[in-house]
Design a protein around this ligand. Sequence first.
Ligand code: FAD
Length: 529
Amino acid sequence: MRVAVVGAGASGLAALKCCLDEGLAATCFERSQDIGGLWRYTESIEEGRPSLYASVVSNTSKEMSAFSDFPYPEDFPVFLPHARLLEYLRRYAERFALRQHIQLGTTVVSVRKRPDFATSGQWDVVTEAGGTRTSHVFDAVMVCNGNFWDPSLPLHAFPGIEKFQGQYFHSRQYKHPDVFRGKRVLVVGMGNSGVDIAVEASRVATKVTLSTSRGAWVISRVFDHGYPWDMVFNTRFMSLLRNSLPGPLARGLISHRVNRWFKHENYGLQPEKSYPVREPVLNDDLPSYIITGRITIKPGVKEFKKNSVVFYNYPEEEPVDIVVFCTGYNATFPFLEEADVKVENKHASLYKYVFPTHLQRPTLAVLGLIKTLGAIMPVAEMQARWVTRVFKGLCQLPPRSAMEAEVMKRSKSEVWFGLFFDEVLKIDWIVYLDEIASFIGAKPSVLALLFSDPKLAFTIFFGPCTSYQFRLQGPGRWDGARQAIRTQWDRMLKPTRTRATSVSSSPWPSLLTVFGFLLLMAAVVFAFQ
Ligand code: FAD
């Protein structure tokens, strides 16, 4: 079976590797001159590929961002500057001999159903390299072209922008803070990039204002006791808790938890109840930059004037020299027919965010499009493991009506790929990973492990849900998985515990461990009822 993979970013590399694991003949087409996608920083902006700013560091920790059979080297930092993440992807490509299957400098310009698609499921794929077009026939296509390259800049939503005499640009164009030196800067939008840019700008600018209509929870990479946020937040225990508590209680708990660092209301950041909460913002500096007056938070922009901006419900105009619009990106598939992957309101009609619901044959899959509160790499990899087995006919998709119902149910509560608050709690990272893993028989059974390997069961339930858990059983089982789980904290601690101390930890199990064990037993009993 011949499979085309579009793009050699993190998703495309995982897709290619999973194809090879399943014995599929895969070719990966990458429009730029190297692999790595978003994580390959370049000074110039390339068409069709995301463009990072120089200082980007991952928001997800290395253990939680690792592919399931390829842990990060222990000496890599816990959160990764773009160059280290790229290095990891390069090592992954070397380790699994992916390079020979990748055609660099080759853009996929068209993917069309063949006339006999209803029976063959095949696709006509046209690629372009060095001005020459080539036609291919593939049995299946995995779309991994990323969703951070087509900037969304709805200028009509900003009345008066045509009169504004200062400079403005989308965050995609931002590279270094020098551009802000001595200027009065307005950053519009409070996603991760918006906050990063505001923080950087405030080190050189005269004044920085961050405008947000809906606010956001801000959490630090450095979480409880200094552990990475995602290793604490994304555990099975926490996920169970989040999903079993009634909505208001769960909301209250989260609100209490995120306000422990600083009270969001006092910093003008409290999320508006009427807006969907897309995802929390990960930033270690914002509260201290607000409290030291380097960044001022303001409401949404009402209109621009010649040299200033007016905010909603705010009496004073703000003089501004430069505006950075951190207004996000569109998910775009220029090589597909619109009917194949419909994107409406930034919401794609894909079963489990992967398969178009209406194709006669399940031979087209989109990877890495879902936004969950966790790293995308393990998610894209899990999707790829499922997709390749669907391609091979080893896993079946439900009937079209069931797939459409799933999409409909989701789209009612989703906006902007994001999820309303309750949905964030429900469709969390672990729930999604578990669900896809269960389709291929790779979901770990904590219950079975409790009898065969209680220590591992305990680590899996209370510890971070690292992706190695999905290699303990099922297709693609990896012998190193258990050891990778056992050593996950060692790899996390190695780059920070660089000064040995003589203080040794107590040989007795902590109260928390005992309490945790009791809770696990209770969960098991509960599961049996
Ligand atoms: P990309 O990395 O965008 O790769 C897509 C590839 O497809 C590109 O190489 C592109 O050139 C190629 N391509 C596109 N069109 C074509 C075509 N027609 N033909 C051939 N090739 C094509 N995620 C995390 O998990 N953790 C993080 O900490 C994190 N931080 C982020 C920070 C920023 C600032 C941004 C913008 C995103 C971040 N993300 C993070 C999300 C990020 O998208 C993923 O980490 C990851 O890069 C997605 O990989 P991808 O392969 O899906 O897409």
